[in-house]
Design a protein around this ligand. Structure first.
Ligand SMILES: *[C@@H]1O[C@H](CO)[C@@H](O)[C@H](O)[C@H]1NC(C)=O
Ligand SMILES: *[C@@H]1O[C@H](CO)[C@@H](O)[C@H](O)[C@H]1NC(C)=O
Ligand SMILES: *[C@@H]1O[C@H](CO)[C@@H](O)[C@H](O)[C@H]1NC(C)=O
Length: 348
């Protein structure tokens, strides 16, 4: 036991050291764990623009004190589906790409202050869909995770609303917004949701940056190539990059934060659009979950989707209560579901 803990500690220490020795070259790193735990040089987010923002939290920590379990961001894309980053589920101690059990996490949404439970809803993860069985922590390829919640957000909830998925590539130079709480290690700060504007950088320019060949298909870059200074950072992982009011990216990785020539890297939503829509479709049918309206889950998977979902949530509302996570007590026993690339409809 002691020995194991010690080894874990040493590995953590090793990670810290390797991250701290910045300068020359740093390995790809997730946008959580340590460091200036929030959006760099951002401003307070507004509820209007961020109703889709969710927090992925560690159940255990949050059980001790609401808000302290924050791990990653994410986006509500249907009344019972969330999109986030795969690396949020990677075991950070072993860090070999092994995923942790989905039941270790909860999803919380509804308030900009992550310590404030007013208007929040808490959900368990009913099913977790990933593109890979083991995540490649050296490439960050396929850094996307789709979550089916164990309940529905009521359609008329005052502070929560799904966001449309971007089905098309975002034009270069489009100014987008990235939001997140960031993780402060202590977890005591007044952590309101922060936002920052970042322009989309072309694939070509991004491959010519110092990130070079690390940019794979399905990744997009955003930020200020020459100056840096504004970026997502640790604790924002999985969170939304919103361009023209649609979800265009998932905060994935970076090398340090807000450095010139190291733009932030996002998982490209349009690249995985077909997979997302198909996975949702395949799993909504006949799930029979308490919502009961049975109106069929979508009137077609064309782009401007969403809002078509309004019919299906009628009468769910079991999660309403403005208190904190009553929902987190409901144990849902579902096994981790891995979707292998066979199901993908990749664009190129
Ligand atoms: C909690 O959030 C609600 C709604 O945003 C707000 O009205 C209230 O003042 C907040 N409470 C505290 C203690 O910040
Ligand atoms: C991760 O990707 C690297 C680079 O493509 C490759 O060399 C390595 O074998 C991969 N690791 C796993 C576990 O697939
Ligand atoms: C934040 O912006 C200021 C100038 O607006 C800049 O001097 C500073 O370096 C930026 N902070 C970071 C961490 O990039």
């Amino acid at each position: 036991m002691m020995a194991l803990k010690l080894i874990g500690f040493l590995i953590l220490l090793g990670l810290c050291v390797s991250c701290a020795t910045a300068e020359s070259f740093q390995p790809i790193r997730p946008r959580f764990s340590k460091d200036p735990g929030r959006i760099i040089n951002g401003t307070l987010a507004s509820m209007e623009a961020t109703r889709h923002q969710i927090g992925l939290r560690k159940r255990l920590n949050d059980g001790y004190f609401f808000g302290t379990g924050h791990l990653c961001g994410g986006s509500l894309i249907r009344y019972n589906w969330v999109l986030t980053a795969a690396h949020c589920f990677v075991d950070q101690i072993i860090y070999d790409g092994t995923f942790l059990d989905k039941d270790l996490f909860i999803i919380v949404m509804g308030n900009l202050d992550r310590f404030n439970a007013t208007n929040t809803l808490t959900f368990d993860i009913k099913q977790l869909f990933l593109q890979v069985e083991q995540f490649n922590v050296s490439t960050y390829n396929k850094d996307i995770a789709l979550i089916e919640l164990d309940g529905y957000v009521p359609v008329n909830h005052p502070t929560i609303r799904p966001i449309d998925l971007g089905a098309l590539e975002v034009p270069t130079d489009t100014v987008c917004q990235v939001t997140g709480w960031g993780l402060t290690e202590e977890g005591y700060n007044s952590d309101y949701l922060m936002t920052v504007d970042v322009p989309r950088i072309s694939d070509q320019d991004c491959r010519n940056s110092l990130l070079g060949g690390n940019i794979l298909p399905g990744m997009i870059c955003a930020g200020y190539l020459e100056v840096g200074q504004q970026d997502a950072c640790s604790g924002d992982s999985g969170g939304p990059l919103v361009c023209q009011s649609q979800l265009a990216g998932v905060v994935s990785w970076g090398i340090s934060c807000a450095l010139p020539n190291y733009p932030g890297v996002y998982t490209e939503v349009s690249y995985y659009y077909d997979w997302i829509v198909k996975t949702i479709e395949d799993n909504e049918d006949g799930s029979g979950e308490n919502s009961g309206s049975g109106s069929g889950e979508s009137s077609g998977d064309h782009s401007g989707d969403d809002d078509d979902g309004s019919g299906e949530e009628d009468g769910s509302g079991e999660e309403d209560g403005s208190g904190d996570g009553g929902g987190s007590m409901i144990a849902v026993t579902c096994t981790l579901t891995l979707l292998l690339p066979a199901l993908l409809a990749l664009r190129h």
